[in-house]
Design a protein around this ligand. Structure first.
Ligand code: NAD
Length: 251
């Protein structure tokens, strides 16, 4: 039997990252659960889901705005599990800002997390993969295909992720490391439930009625696609972006 695979997931104390931790646990993939210091989400709840599914995980603080923090996060996979196979750049923030209030500072802060944070995660992950591997970055329909007013900085960061992944996929192909992106539509998580920066509970419910699938997505429905993109079932897919939106953007 080969050793169990191991994954790092940033932003895994909530939402899509939490669901992915449980998805991996059920498939025997060990997880380093990335938790953001000072964040209200409880990583212990993620750990419990993993353990309930019979999996193995450790919780590790990570701030994707810091290269040192991300490097020691990726290193945790080697010290806890002796290997690193999958790097998932999932952490992200969403902020609302009309163009006339979108200061350089807001722009830079957004890109630091949602774009450079992805670079730091993929770079530190790839450096520790010794036996091939797979990486997935979480983009958004706001960056991939869809115009969302008052979110130019978020959209730019999420669009940047798509180019980053394509380039990395070409570069790391010879090492048998794949890089892909998922492009979620509207998914019910703490991020989209925030009524200030996103739609909030009522807005989500209303928006769901306009989606061909009849509702907004669940975190597990994105997690399973990320799981597919790191599994052997997608071994010949790299440099691609998969939209997971219940048909929202083809309507
Ligand atoms: P979420 O808020 O539950 O998850 C985001 C996580 O990122 C949180 O756990 C947060 O603590 C963490 N985080 C924030 N700043 C960080 C930092 N500096 N360092 C490390 N971690 C940090 O929401 P989610 O919807 O699960 O978000 C996951 C990803 O999905 C994000 O990249 C988000 O932009 C993307 N996304 C979400 C939706 C949606 O509708 N929910 C749609 C498209 C894309």
């Amino acid at each position: 039997m080969p050793d169990a695979r191991a994954a790092i997931i940033t932003g895994a104390a909530s939402g899509i990252g939490r669901a992915l931790s449980a998805h991996y646990a059920a498939r025997g993939v060990h997880v380093v659960i990335g938790t953001f210091p000072g964040d209200p989400h409880d990583p212990e709840e993620t750990l419990k889901l993993v353990e309930d599914a019979g999996g193995k995980a450790v919780i590790k603080e990570v701030d994707v705005r810091s290269t040192d923090s991300v490097e020691s996060f990726a290193e945790e996979s080697l010290s806890s599990f002796g290997r690193l196979d999958y790097a998932i750049a999932n952490a992200g923030i969403l902020r609302n800002a009309a163009l006339d209030s979108l200061t350089d500072e807001k722009w830079t802060d957004m890109l630091d997390v949602d774009l450079t944070g992805v670079l730091r995660t993929l770079r530190s992950g790839a450096a520790r993969m010794s036996d091939g591997g797979a990486m997935v970055a979480v983009s958004s329909i706001a960056g991939g295909v869809y115009g969302w007013e008052e979110h130019a900085h978020y959209a730019a960061a999420k669009a940047g992720v798509l180019g980053l992944v394509r380039s990395v996929a070409v570069e790391l192909g010879p090492r048998k490391i794949r890089a892909n992106a998922v492009i979620p539509g509207l998914i019910e998580t703490p991020q989209s439930l925030d009524p200030v920066n996103s739609l909030g509970p009522e807005g989500l419910k209303r928006a769901g009625q306009d989606i061909p699938w009849g509702r907004v997505g669940r975190p597990e429905e994105v997690a399973s696609v990320i799981g597919f993109l790191t599994s052997e079932d997608s071994v010949y897919i790299t440099g691609q972006s998969l939209i997971v939106d219940g048909g929202l953007t083809v309507k």
